[in-house]
Design a protein around this ligand. Structure first.
Ligand code: PRT
Ligand code: ZN
Length: 284
């Protein structure tokens, strides 16, 4: 049995619970239950505030956890990052009022910086050889320059719209963050085996995200042209003969980002009856 700590509610909750579902780890959480055993996998889920997850894993109260890399770096606990999930992406950045003429990290010398991430900020300032006053604030960091509580802020940015609406400009990106799986450093052999299987399942679900399975019919004399349009990483499409020996069926995997552009080119090259289906998992 492996105990995993996840956020009980908040930004990471939806991503984490759907990832567990995609990995076929079923957890029927009755309202406000704190510890729930999966009915399909040797795992029990512990629901916590995200701030508490690194310490809980470091102490061994939970074996592994899913939490933002920003929290892991800030808490600086003795845990191992074992997988990047690419979910809940954000960055930790320094921002200053738009009207300021920011010239580089030395501009921060002697300034007041408001943040909920003092540890990461302190480390960054030391690296840059800058001495500044760090003001620890737990919420609404972005309003502190407006009310003259700070000269700059160091906070999480995602779309950047919070900065824009508070007249702030992002000037330094200090850390790129996503949700990560962290593990206690002293797991026994049985727990390591369960963790390995879980990571494998997570990876299969992550690899399938943003991918579509595409099937199309094409005259055989157009196949070379169609194959040249398919992206480099998908060099091995399946080609299946059809009853009409002048035609065949081509099956491949496409990335949603380049999807519409490529579909247009495939049609122009002579592909017909293009069928697009979602992919649940890709087993590497
Ligand atoms: O209650 P608990 O302590 O568990 O949760 P919490 O309130 O501390 O954290 P929560 O749920 O807000 O965020 C959890 C994690 O989500 C963070 O630690 C990050 O790893 C990640 N994440 C991803 C974000 C954002 N995106 C994000 N945009 N966390 C916070 N924000 C905030 C940001 O501070 C900004 O003020 O959202 C605001 C909007 O951002 P913009 O740039 O999109 O406008
Ligand atoms: Zn928190």
């Amino acid at each position: 049995m492996l105990r995993i700590a996840i956020q009980s509610k908040g930004r990471l909750y939806d991503d984490t619970t759907s990832l567990l579902k995609e990995a076929d780890v079923k957890v029927n959480r009755s309202e406000r239950a704190l510890l729930v055993r999966s009915s399909t996998f040797p795992i029990e889920v512990l629901y916590l505030r995200d701030d508490d997850i690194p310490e809980t894993v470091a102490s061994g109260v939970a074996d592994i956890g899913i939490v933002g890399l920003n929290e892991v770096m800030e808490r600086d606990e003795n845990v191992k990052v074992v997988q990047h999930l690419g979910l809940s992406k954000c960055r930790l950045s320094i921002a200053v009022p738009k009207a300021e003429h920011y010239t580089g990290p030395q501009w921060l010398q002697g300034k007041r910086i408001a943040t909920s991430y003092p540890h990461i900020l302190q480390k960054y300032l030391k690296e840059q050889d800058v001495k500044a006053q760090i003001h620890i604030i737990t919420g609404s960091v972005e309003i502190t320059p407006l009310i003259d509580l700070s000269d700059a802020i160091f906070d999480i940015v995602s779309s950047g719209s919070t900065l824009v609406s508070n007249n702030l400009a992002e000037v330094e990106t200090v850390l790129q963050s996503d949700a990560v799986v962290i593990a206690n450093k002293h797991l026994d052999a049985e727990k390591k085996t369960i963790l390995k299987e879980l990571i494998f399942r997570f990876q299969s679900a992550i690899d399938a995200q943003g991918k579509k399975y595409v099937m199309m019919n094409a005259p055989k004399d157009r196949v070379d042209r169609i194959l040249s349009i398919l992206p480099g990483s998908m060099k091995s499409p399946t080609i299946i003969p059809l009853a009409d020996d002048k035609w065949c069926s081509i099956h491949t995997v496409l990335d949603v980002h380049s999807f519409w552009e490529i579909i247009g080119q495939l049609k122009a090259a002579g592909a017909q009856g293009i069928l697009v289906t979602p992919i649940e998992k890709i087993i590497g």
